[in-house]
Design a protein around this ligand. Sequence first.
Ligand SMILES: Cc1cc2nc3c(=O)[nH]c(=O)nc-3n(C[C@H](O)[C@H](O)[C@H](O)COP(=O)(O)OP(=O)(O)OC[C@H]3O[C@@H](n4cnc5c(N)ncnc54)[C@H](O)[C@@H]3O)c2cc1C
Length: 437
Amino acid sequence: MTAWRPAGAHYPVAVVGGGQAGLSVSHCLRERGIEHIVLERNRVGHEWRERRWDSFCLVTPNWQCRLPGFPYRGDDPDGFMVRDEIVRYLEDYVAFFRPPLVEGVAVTGLRRSADGVFELTTGEGEFTADQVVVATGPYHTPSVPRMAERLPAGVEQIHSSRYRSPGQLPDGGVLVVGTGQSGCQIAEDLHLAGRQVHLAVGSAPRVARFYRGRDCVAWLDDMGHYARGIDEFDDAAAVRMRVNHYVTGRDGGRDIDLRAFARDGMRLYGRLTGIDGTRLEFADDLKTNLDRADAVAESIKDSIDAHIAARGVQAPDEPRYTPVWEPSEQAAPLDLETSGITSVVWSTGFTRDHRWVETPAFDGRGYPMHWRGVTSTPGLYFLGLPWQYSWGSGRFEAVGRDAEFLADHIEASRRLADVCGTLTGAPSELAAALPIG
Ligand SMILES: Cc1cc2nc3c(=O)[nH]c(=O)nc-3n(C[C@H](O)[C@H](O)[C@H](O)COP(=O)(O)OP(=O)(O)OC[C@H]3O[C@@H](n4cnc5c(N)ncnc54)[C@H](O)[C@@H]3O)c2cc1C
C-alpha cells in the first residue's frame, strides 16, 4: 500500500477504482515509469468478494485471466476459479507489483478546471491530476423494475447482487426474475438445493459449454472471435448493449439448459410484465425465448463446425442438441400465495452511475463517449467498460490489452505536453498524431 499524500497533492495520473481494470492500468503505468495513484473506495476484490454468491465461479476459463504481467499460473487453466480464488488472484496481483494503491477512499467528484487540470474530491480532501483513468467497473447500481414495489409486504425480495445462498431465503418457493448470467446461475443454485424455483425467462442467448471435444470458448478463441474490435461491427452501439450468453463454469463447466431444469421440476414463465396484489403476469414469450436461446447456441456450433471443416482440424463428431422439454400452456397468471412463493430474486442487471464525473463526456444515455477508452476531454479515460474495444474488455480476457493501449496513450500525451506545454495547449495536428487508432 502507498502513503496517501495529504489533500492538495498533485499526481501526473489518478486511477479511480482498484478492481482488475484499475490494477491493470496501474501495472502498465508502472512499467512506463509514470507516477500515479490508485484510489479504491472499498478493498481490492470488493465486487467479487461482496457482490457474488457463495457458489459463484467464473464462466470464462482460467486461461483467459491474463492481467498484465500476471497471467493465470495455476494448475487448472481450463477450469473456472471460484469466488474466493478470484479474490486471491487479485490480492496476489497487488502483492506481485505493489501498486500505489489507497483503499477506503472514494472519489466523489471529478472536474476539469479551465487550465486543463483535473480536480478530484474525496472524503479526505481534494487533489489534482493531469490525467485520470475512470476504472470504476461496469456494474454500479442494482436495477430493479418499479413493479417490485407492488409485491406484497410479506414476500422477501432481493437483487441478485445481494444473493448469497439458498439458506438466506425464507422457506418456500422462489421466483427468480431474469435469465442473464446471474439469474440462470442463481436459479440453478436454488434448484440444486432442492428449492421450488419459478423462473421468469427473458431473451438472453445461450452458448453450449463444450462442443466437439473442447470448451466453446477455446474454439471461439481459435476463430479470432475475441480479437475482433468494435470497429469491425456495423452496429457497434447495439453490440455494446448485447446481453451475455448464459452457461456455467460450475463443477468443471456445463450447459445451462432451462428446458432440463423444467423437466426436473423448475417452473418456467415468460417475461414478468406485471404484479397485481398476489397475482403475477407474464408475457406469452417463453417458447420464443427458449427457442431463440437454443438457436443462438446452435448457430455458434455451426460456426465451430465451419471452422473445423475449413482448417481440417481433427475433432470428434457430436450430435446436436434436441430440446428435452417444451412449454405446453399459454402464459397464465401465477398467484404468489397458491404457488407458495415467499421470495423474489431480481436478476435484472445494473445501471451505470458516473454522475460524479462532471465533464461533458457522455451521450444522451449517460454512456461515456470514447474511442478505446479515450474521451474527447483531453486526459480523461475509461477502462473496463463492456465492449470498450472487444468482447473481453469488461472481463479478465482483454482488460489488460485495453490497459496497455491507454497507458501508451497516457505516455504519449505526457510527451506531447512536455513539447507543447499543457495537454489543452496541444495543437490539434499534434493531438491528432496521438496513437488512438
Ligand atoms: C455476475 C457477474 C459474473 C461475471 N463473470 C465473469 C466471468 O466469468 N469472467 C470475466 O472475465 N468477467 C466476469 N464478469 C465481469 C467482470 O469481470 C467483473 O464485473 C469485474 O468485477 C470488472 O472489473 P473492473 O475492475 O472493471 O470493475 P470492478 O470489479 O467493479 O471494480 C471497480 C472498483 O472501483 C471501485 N470504485 C467504484 N467507484 C469508485 C469511486 N468513485 N472511487 C473509488 N473507487 C471506486 C469499486 O469499489 C470497485 O472495487 C462478471 C460480472 C458479473 C456481475
